[in-house]
Write a protein that binds this ligand. Structure first.
Ligand SMILES: NC(=O)c1ccc[n+]([C@@H]2O[C@H](COP(=O)([O-])OP(=O)(O)OC[C@H]3O[C@@H](n4cnc5c(N)ncnc54)[C@H](OP(=O)(O)O)[C@@H]3O)[C@@H](O)[C@H]2O)c1
Length: 274
């Protein structure tokens, strides 16, 4: 598993992590992923999976980097502190490695939220502060509101089919040492014909999926591995696919440790740009 630096923190995290939105796989897929080096687990109070993550990391907590999120509707000072406390209890841990603001909330001054986040760091219950779904302007405001801590990551929608962030958010993150955590890297499974377990292969491959399959054939990898590698091989970026299955978690972890050629990347870029 290749590692990436978590922004200015200097902490190294795997380029393939484990997502847990709509996760119902029990402990095994997560524990297998950690065993294979995908030891960053992403959850959120919204997902209601913090308890499952807590169960999965019993006995291996020190090997896992736990990232969770406070709801965008819980960004008042006291609400942030309460939400963090609840997450700690559900996760069964005494420190959150990365605490992320799930999405911006213009009705709460960002200074109030960040004061709470810095209090959590000062109290030793949060190690690093991250954000999610933040625009460039949101990131600028958020960083300006912090006295003692950098924003180390921004978790955003990014995959072969969703590339809007290339225009501004990703360049800004690169320039400002903020790691990009790409969510829905498989486009919720749609890139590989698996949407919530409904296999769509019978409908045939779309043109872009055809190119994905072609590159997969050339590399001896699966389409999911190619799609994840395409994300994770970018500077300052990791991908956090979710899978309920041990076999697919193993497949996703093996998306790291090899590279697409420049020509293959270009062909994918062309196929997915229309
Ligand atoms: N910050 C945010 O606002 C936000 C929003 C969305 C997601 N996220 C985070 O990002 C994580 C990942 O995103 P996501 O869950 O939306 O979508 P995703 O990881 O792009 O796709 C998940 C879907 O793909 C399937 N899948 C996984 N590996 C596969 C493989 N190797 N082959 C075929 N199908 C595969 C899964 O099914 P199985 O489970 O059956 O394998 C599931 O249906 C989330 O779990 C969450 O942690 C954050």
């Amino acid at each position: 598993m290749e590692l990436k630096r978590l922004g200015a923190s200097g902490v190294m995290v795997p380029e393939i992590g484990l997502g847990t939105w709509r996760y119902s796989g029990g402990s095994e897929p997560l524990r297998r992923g950690v065993e294979l080096g995908a030891n960053l687990i992403d959850t959120a109070e919204m997902y209601r999976t913090e308890d499952q993550v807590g169960e999965a990391i019993v006995g291996i907590r020190d090997d896992v980097f736990v990232a969770t999120k406070v709801l965008g509707s819980n960004l008042r000072y006291d609400a942030v502190l309460r939400a963090a406390d609840k997450s700690l209890r559900l996760l069964g841990i005494d420190k959150i490695d990365l605490y992320q603001i799930h999405w911006p909330n213009p009705s709460v001054p960002i200074g109030e939220t960040m004061r709470a986040m810095e209090r959590l760091v000062a109290d030793g219950v949060v190690d690093h502060i991250g954000v999610s779904n933040f625009s460039v302007e949101d990131m600028q405001d958020a960083q300006a509101a912090l006295d003692n801590n950098p924003i180390v990551s921004n978790q955003i929608l990014y995959n072969l089919r969703r590339r809007r962030a290339e225009r501004d958010v990703i360049p800004y993150c690169l320039e400002n040492d903020i790691m990009v955590m790409a969510y829905s890297p498989l486009h919720e499974g749609a890139l590989v014909g698996n949407s919530g377990g409904r296999i769509r292969q019978a409908l045939g491959l779309s043109r872009d999926q055809h190119t994905l399959a072609e590159v997969a054939g050339e590399t001896g990898k699966t389409a999911a591995q190619v799609a994840l590698n395409w994300v994770a091989d970018q500077e300052g970026m990791i991908a956090i696919p979710k899978s309920n299955s041990v076999a697919r978690t193993e497949e996703n972890c093996a998306a790291s440790g090899w590279r697409l050629t420049a020509e293959q990347r270009q062909r994918l870029d062309r196929a997915f740009s229309v």
